[in-house]
Write a protein that binds this ligand. Structure first.
Ligand SMILES: Cc1cc2nc3c(=O)[nH]c(=O)nc-3n(C[C@H](O)[C@H](O)[C@H](O)COP(=O)(O)O)c2cc1C
Length: 348
């Protein structure tokens, strides 16, 4: 499929770690946007079951997003030091810290699932898959998108054979999707323009967009569609925890931090982020594994101060609306905003 064929130029961002559900993806696709299943942190078999559930709800195309295994070097001594700092947290929560281990998030098994299930759109984040992987996925019938955060990553993804790019600005909620932990901190608008000048590929714009006017802005700047994550977190179909939902409408500031996972991600500024941001090393997925029991316990007890409350800078624009209704509303608002913009006097 091509993204220009979507009834609405709206992509629901893959939302790993709980918010992604088959119901959310199905509702978005059914309404004319592009729903996504986040494969991250799921087993290959759970992913396959999720795909079947989406198909039971809708015949519309949808996407699956995969984490590319990371190859950043990890300083084990720094991970051990961070674990020592977190020991008091674990004692207070009555849990043991997780044990860091090698983990490629089931890369090969999930590649096999997306090929066998013939998924319409497959997007990658956290890295650049090899040309062979990209071609293999495309041969199964998928449209292949790669997440980029710099013009350099965009050029490399074009070279490797991607069909389209997801340009993620620094405003975005959740993990930075670049090829390395320290890649780009470009704002979305400038990233979009630089990428569109330097590669011929269609570009989906992501980061801080949460209403129709924001979608209109990136379309005017040349994007083929807008990818919204935080805007969908409060939909009833999403699996977002109750504490996270509440925080989205009551917390103010967001920041980019490694405190929760060892890889830069934007979240609402809470107690844990403030206390550990300075100490956290660049070590993904080791830090993610260390803190997982702490975060699970906090989600259970509703302790928003200890959960990773991923959110983009536009989180206060998000509303509690069913996903299909949200897609239709955003689409209408975007069209109206584009029409309004063309009515403004220009030149003579
Ligand atoms: C809770 C949450 C989980 C996310 N999980 C993923 C993911 O699994 N894969 C991915 O490519 N991006 C993920 N992202 C990032 C989104 O793809 C997207 O870049 C971001 O949501 C855009 O910014 P916004 O949240 O301000 O709309 C996630 C974002 C959030 C908020």
């Amino acid at each position: 499929m091509h993204l220009m064929a979507l009834p609405y130029p709206i992509v629901q961002a893959p939302l790993a770690g709980g918010p992604s559900t088959p119901e959310l993806a199905a509702a978005v696709s059914d309404a004319g946007g592009l729903g996504f299943l986040a494969a991250g942190y799921r087993s290959a078999e759970d992913l396959r079951a999720d795909i079947k559930k989406v198909r039971a709800h809708t015949r519309a195309p949808f996407g699956v997003n995969l984490f590319v295994p990371t190859s950043d070097p990890v300083d084990q001594a720094a991970v051990d030091l961070y674990a020592a700092k977190l020991r008091g947290e674990a004692e207070r929560s009555g849990v043991d810290l997780g044990v860091p281990r090698d983990d490629d998030d089931g890369w090969q098994a999930k590649l096999a699932v997306v090929a066998e299930e013939r998924i319409a759109v497959v997007s990658f984040t956290f890295g650049l898959p090899s040309r062979a992987v990209i071609e293999g996925v495309r041969d199964s019938g998928a449209y292949v998108m790669v997440t980029v955060t710099t013009p350099g990553e965009a050029a490399a993804a074009h070279q490797a054979g991607a069909d389209a790019l997801v340009a993620q600005g620094i405003e975005a909620g959740g993990h930075r999707g670049g090829f390395t932990d320290d890649s780009g901190d470009y704002g979305l608008l400038v990233l979009l323009r630089l990428v569109l000048r330097s590669t011929p590929l269609p570009v989906v714009a992501a980061g801080g967009i949460a209403d129709g006017e924001g979608i209109a802005a990136v379309l005017a700047a040349g994007a083929v569609a807008a990818q919204l994550g935080t805007a969908f977190l409060r939909c009833p179909e999403a699996g977002t925890s109750a504490a996270h939902r509440e925080a989205l409408s009551s917390y103010d500031r967001t920041a980019v931090t490694r405190a929760f996972t060892g890889r830069r991600a934007r979240g609402l500024v809470n107690r844990f982020l403030e206390e550990y941001d300075d100490d956290a090393p660049s070590a993904y997925p080791q830090v993610h594994q260390l803190t997982a029991p702490l975060r699970a316990a906090a989600r259970k007890s509703g302790d928003a101060g200890t959960i990773n409350l991923w959110a983009g800078q536009g989180h206060r624009l998000s509303e509690e609306v069913p996903a299909g209704e949200l897609v239709r509303r955003l689409g209408t608002e975007a069209r109206e905003a584009l029409t309004r913009a063309t009515r403004r006097p220009f030149g003579h």
